[in-house]
Design a protein. Structure first.
Length: 169
């Protein structure tokens, strides 16, 4: 018997909105015990986001903040001048602005727009190869533009550990 995506996919899919804040997204990931989710807007699949994307955007924000502080320090703009202080260009002011920027970021700012999908009829080994080649942890299972399910690396590991669904007890 050749297993297909439909045989192992998760059909109770947790989706998120592109307008959800990244802070709320991290809370949702923790509450739902997931590491990624499809992004849906007005019933249409528009992207996918994972904890890896959150780490990436956090690293970019942190690097930006460090470079900005270093720049102002190197050119002597320590916030000591009244003009610069009133503009908020102190170390604390820069840090506060970057934190506010990070708190205002949405799923839309971090999600991946290029969505990797497969048909419910796709062979499980094709899904595994796709995940390995693309270095991804989930493939969205679609029929046309309708989201049917999701196959994650965990689903494939469960298949190896427990055997095919018909053999499970």
């Amino acid at each position: 018997m050749s297993l297909r995506a439909r045989d192992i996919m998760t059909t109770e899919i947790i989706t998120v909105s592109p307008e959800m804040s990244l802070v709320d997204l991290e809370t949702k990931f923790l509450e739902e015990k997931i590491s990624g989710a499809p992004v849906v807007e007005d019933g249409h699949l528009v992207g996918v986001i994972s904890r890896s994307d959150l780490v990436r955007i956090h690293a970019v924000n942190e690097s930006f903040a460090e470079n900005l502080c270093d720049f102002y320090q190197n050119v002597g703009l320590h916030g000591t001048s009244p003009r610069l202080s009133s503009a908020g260009l102190t170390h604390l002011g820069i840090g506060k602005q970057v934190i506010e920027l990070m708190q205002d970021q949405k799923v839309r700012d971090a999600m991946i727009h290029k969505i990797i999908t497969a048909s419910p009829d796709a062979h499980v080994n094709e899904l595994a190869h796709e995940m390995l080649e693309r270095h991804i942890h989930r493939i969205l299972i679609t029929t046309g533009d309708r989201l049917e399910g999701i196959v994650s690396a965990s689903d494939l590991m469960r298949l190896l550990a427990d055997g095919p669904p018909a053999k499970r007890h």
